[in-house]
Design a binder for this molecule. Structure first.
Ligand SMILES: [Zn+2]
Length: 127
């Protein structure tokens, strides 16, 4: 679950772990130094976190899929990242995903062609 920072007008700063859909819900200034007021999200502090939260379910990336003949290369280069037999990399966390994007130099508008061919034709097939 993601972590969010909250800051109180009294100066108290707290980290709250909660589901993403509740990220903006107010948090109470609690604890020994708490004043009991509602705290506001501290978006600036959030930027300092390295998101390493694991994905709830492994993310099978269609957009990052490589062609089947690149799978062996992928396994050599990125042994920690699983790949499906269709060539889709499987990420278990955001951090892993990011690292992969960096490593492969992948930019947001891919020039790489997607390989959609599922059927493998055997060369020299006899009729
Ligand atoms: Zn406070």
């Amino acid at each position: 679950m993601p972590k969010y920072s909250f800051k109180c007008k009294c100066g108290n700063v707290t980290e709250v772990v909660r589901p993403m859909k509740e990220s903006d819900a107010p948090a109470m200034c609690q604890g020994p130094s708490g004043c009991g007021a509602y705290m506001r999200r501290d978006f600036k502090a959030d930027l300092f976190y390295t998101p390493d939260d694991s994905y709830k379910t492994p993310l099978v990336s269609d957009s990052l899929a490589i062609s089947i003949d690149q799978i062996a290369e992928h396994k050599r280069e990125c042994p920690d990242i699983e790949i499906t037999k269709e060539g889709q990399p499987v990420f278990t966390s955001y951090k892993q995903h990011e690292a992969y994007l960096k490593k492969t130099g992948f930019v947001k508008s891919p020039k790489r062609k997607r390989v959609n061919e599922k059927k493998i034709t055997t060369i020299g097939e006899t009729k």
